[in-house]
Write a protein that binds this ligand. Structure first.
Ligand code: LLP
Length: 463
């Protein structure tokens, strides 16, 4: 394949030619606001700053690698979602994207609700003061203990994911003398245009109860008969990192179809519908995500239209964005350890983290961008692959990107849009210690999740 066939640069690994690449047209020192948190910029010396603090200072104080989170940006995005959906809808932040007690407090203050999917997330939410009634509890295999804790705590809703769970939750609630508000998660049979591992509404997968074949209707039938349950609605989550609203359109159409069938069969109009999360963000300049107000408008219109056609009162809508709120708010700051040019191929840039702090590239073929952060440079661009320090050749952080040709050990580089599913999916592979999350706001930085230590590792290893 010729160089000129791909003037836009090496975004797509499958079309990478052997040899050299056309250099990117964009200025390597520029920071595309699409992929960086709002307060990110460069100071007079060319050092990247966030919340008014230079990354060199952050690296000195907190070390690298570190996730650096822009608190103002987080709050802005959370508020934008809240405002876009208004008082007649609920926004549940999906805690799986990234959860910490500080985040729970910010969400609480900004008026968002919280979706948790494990006892650990529930404990974090409760310990930081999120009112239980604003928590939704998810999961395809909640343990009896988790169910009991959630019901005892009084969570606002449990999202039921199987026939067994309908009975289990009803039993626990009844034993505790409670009536638990529940939604039933269904799969609507939509193929979301996203990576196979993060698509969740086609039928051949572990989540939800299929609409097809009448299973979802049967689940509702059973749940309505159980005294321990108050069925408040239907839940559908079609997948993640989705840009195309047509999947939501089909999902809403089918969920409303089920609501209509329920009304016709049971004389009950369920008051709520949850359309899940999954809205995409920009990882590179090639991605064009929609704004929350556009998404809110589109979803509300779809549901209203479908309900009018079915002669149903429009139910209260809820959504569960995780990535779209926290994803763009953070970047990962690394120090370059080695720079290894491979003739005719590319230059491997090794950083002090890797797949243990960002598994997404290895797991989903995710694309990221990267910038030299501790200075600017006018050197010629070079094609790089940013790799980690793990004993595995698939340990790739950024598959293909350009960095200045004078990049050297000791430089700091930053990978934007790592706020979602990086710290939350981080591991201790190779006994590498998980990085801290440093929140920055108005010229002040504070650690909200501290760096792991060797003592932490050894404490778990009881010999
Ligand atoms: N609601 C439900 C029921 C979910 O299962 C998820 C994500 C969300 C909301 C939030 O989705 P978001 O808006 O963050 O896309 N580890 C993968 C993503 C897995 C998502 C799992 N469920 C990744 O790194 O892309």
């Amino acid at each position: 394949m010729s160089r000129s066939a791909h003037p836009a640069g090496p975004r797509h690994a499958d079309v990478l030619p052997e040899g050299h690449y056309t250099a990117p047209a964009e200025d390597l020192n520029a920071l595309d606001p699409k992929v960086w948190a709002h307060t990110v910029g460069r100071d007079a010396d060319g050092v990247v700053t966030v919340g008014g603090i230079a990354v060199t200072q952050l690296a000195e104080e907190y070390g690298t690698p570190a996730y650096v989170l822009d608190e103002a940006d987080f709050r802005d995005r959370a508020r934008a979602w809240r405002t876009a959906f208004g008082a007649d809808a609920d926004v549940f932040y999906a805690g799986k994207a990234f959860l910490s007690r500080a985040v729970v407090r910010w969400l609480h203050e900004e008026g968002l609700n919280l979706d948790v999917c494990s006892g650990g997330e529930l404990a974090t939410a409760l310990s930081a003061g999120m009112p239980a009634e604003r928590i939704a509890f998810h999961g395809n295999n909640k343990s009896p203990e988790e169910i009991e804790r959630a019901v005892r705590a009084g969570v606002g809703r449990i999202v039921l994911d199987s026939f067994q769970e309908i009975v289990r939750v009803a039993h626990v609630a009844q034993t505790l003398g409670k009536r638990q508000r529940v939604q039933i998660r269904i799969t609507v049979g939509v193929e979301a245009h996203t990576h196979e591992f993060i698509a969740t509404a086609h039928e051949d997968q572990k989540f939800g109860i299929p609409l097809a074949g009448g299973q979802a209707a049967e689940a509702v039938r059973r749940a309505l008969q159980l005294d321990g349950l108050e069925v408040i609605g239907i839940h559908s989550h079609i997948g993640s990192q989705i840009f195309d609203m047509s999947g939501f359109e089909v999902a809403a159409h089918r969920v409303v179809g089920l609501l209509k069938d329920i009304r016709d069969e049971h004389g009950v109009e369920l008051p709520e519908i949850d359309l899940g999360g999954g809205l995409g963000i920009a990882y590179t300049s090639d991605d064009d995500p929609r704004e929350p107000h556009e998404i809110a408008k589109a979803l509300t219109e779809i549901v209203t239209r479908e309900c009018e056609a079915a002669r149903l009162a429009t139910p209260r809508i809820s959504v569960e964005p995780g990535r779209a709120i926290v994803g763009p708010t953070a970047f990962t700051l690394y120090e370059v350890g080695t720079v290894k040019p491979l003739d005719g191929l590319r230059t491997y840039v090794s950083v002090d983290g890797g797949m243990s702090d960002n598994i997404r590239t290895a797991l989903y073929d995710a694309e990221y961008s990267v910038a030299l952060a501790s200075r600017t440079s006018d050197a010629e661009p070079m094609l790089v692959r940013v790799v980690g320090k793990h004993c595995e050749s698939g340990d790739i952080v950024v598959k293909d990107a350009f960095l200045p040709g004078d990049l050297a050990p000791g430089d700091l580089i930053a990978v934007p849009a790592t706020g979602a599913y990086c710290r939350s999916m981080a591991s201790n592979y190779n006994h590498v210690l998980r990085p801290p999350v440093v929140a920055v706001r108005d010229g002040e930085a504070r650690v909200i999740v501290r760096r792991e230590t060797e003592e932490d590792l050894l404490r778990l290893d009881v010999g």
